[in-house]
Design a protein around this ligand. Structure first.
Ligand SMILES: [Zn+2]
Length: 68
């Protein structure tokens, strides 16, 4: 389930991380947890799947930038 939001050190976006476990044949390995806004790799975690990240809109910290 969703954890407490993290804060990207690069762009200050608050975001949630959700672990997606659906790859049984996939060996455990370190997968990146990326900021959903700037794709800065926040950290790497060991998982059987991968990580989805979502901006925390309640904090309202993110701003809509055009372009990337
Ligand atoms: Zn970021």
């Amino acid at each position: 389930m969703l954890e407490k939001p993290l804060k990207c050190p690069n762009c200050d976006t608050h975001f949630y991380v959700e672990e997606i476990l659906n790859v049984q044949e996939h060996p455990k390995e370190a997968m990146p947890v990326e900021c959903p806004n700037c794709h800065h790799v926040y950290e790497k975690r060991i998982t059987n799947g991968y990580f989805m990240t979502f901006e925390d809109r309640e904090v309202g910290k993110y701003d809509k930038e055009t372009g990337e």
